[in-house]
Design a protein around this ligand. Structure first.
Ligand SMILES: [Zn+2]
Length: 108
C-alpha cells in the first residue's frame, strides 16, 4: 500500500506562536472579569511559558514528535495496515532529516 505523505503546515498565527515560544517571548493573556455591579474589566498580563508548558503547547501544534528521533516533525506519513476485516492506519511523523532518510529507504 502506498503511503500518504503530508507536509505539516501552520497558519500564520500558529507559526507566529511557535516562533514566540521558541524565542521565549511572553504572551499577552487577556482575562475579562465582570463584577457583581455589572462592570466588566479586562486584565492583560504577560505570560511566559515554562519549559513544560511550552513543550506541551508545541506538541499540540505539531500534533506529536518525530517517530524516529523525537525532534519536531515536518511530515506526517500514514499507511493502510488494515486487512479486509478491520481498517487500520499507521501514522508516523518525521522531521526533515528522518523524512529524507525514510524517503531514500522506500525509493530503493
Ligand atoms: Zn527525526
Amino acid at each position: 500500500m502506498k503511503p500518504v505523505i503530508k507536509k505539516i503546515e501552520f497558519t500564520k498565527e500558529e507559526q507566529e506562536e511557535i516562533d514566540k515560544i521558541n524565542k521565549g517571548i511572553p504572551f499577552p493573556k487577556v482575562r475579562t472579569v465582570t463584577n457583581k455591579n455589572g462592570y466588566t474589566y479586562e486584565y492583560t498580563s504577560n505570560k511566559r511559558f515554562t519549559y513544560e508548558t511550552a513543550r506541551k503547547r508545541l506538541r499540540e501544534l505539531y500534533s506529536g514528535i518525530c517517530s524516529s528521533c523525537g525532534a519536531w516533525p515536518s511530515y506526517i506519513v500514514s499507511r493502510d495496515v488494515g486487512d479486509k476485516h478491520q481498517g487500520a492506519k499507521l501514522i508516523e511523523r518525521y522531521c526533515q532529516t528522518c523524512f529524507s532518510k525514510w524517503e531514500a529507504r522506500i525509493k530503493r
